[in-house]
Design a protein around this ligand. Sequence first.
Ligand code: MN
Length: 256
Amino acid sequence: MKRSRKNILVVNDDGVYGAGLKPLARALGQLGRVVVVVPERERSAASHAITLHKPIRVRKLEPNFYIMNGTPADCTRFGVIAMMKEKCDLVVSGINHGANLGADTMYSGTVGAAKEACMLGIPALAVSVTTKEEKPHFDTAARMAVVVAREMLNRGLPQHTLLNVNVPNHPWRSLKAVLVTTLGRRIYGRALSPRTDPRGQTYYWMAGAVPRGVAEPGSDIAAIEAGKVSVTPLKLYLTDDAFLPDLRRWRWSIRK
Ligand code: MN
């Protein structure tokens, strides 16, 4: 028998107090039953880390709403394996408060949580609103997530591929277009700012300013600069196929 109602897992890296969580979970309710599993505190930039060396505790706050002392990727694993009573049809990670463009996707816990879903064989989507401003248009990003999620549920995704969506901080009515993009090139500052603690010891802040980007045509960075929604397909496995033939011609002798 075909199940009509879809089961959707919502995770994030901004944690239970992240302001993008509730608007996303509410909007996805249109598409199916939503289960939320999120970190109990912010875990931005946790990438794809999982917790192996300390106990993991889970707390149920409401029906279908859990928090845990783990990473975003832990939340995906636990959600899919333990909290979802039925098969999980889709994992949506976000809405992140801040852009995940170019190499941000390597550091991002939002993307890490979606990658974990992809590894578990579930279609996954990471959603971010591209501003650090106090009160972003999370409603716009939530509606956009529903548009993308509906397509994913209808069409599926290639194996080992996930989607990374960045939404400009505009009201819904002034969204211009949706562009399918490539990852652009982010430029991070290199500042390591030393300070002195009350005991005279030096400590540091990674003090780089907001990263800049190269707006190559067709890239996610260019789309956002143009005020458009960016949808990038990401591959899980990073082998550089084009370089393989050259690399095979290197001298690999290990004769003793
Ligand atoms: Mn975050």
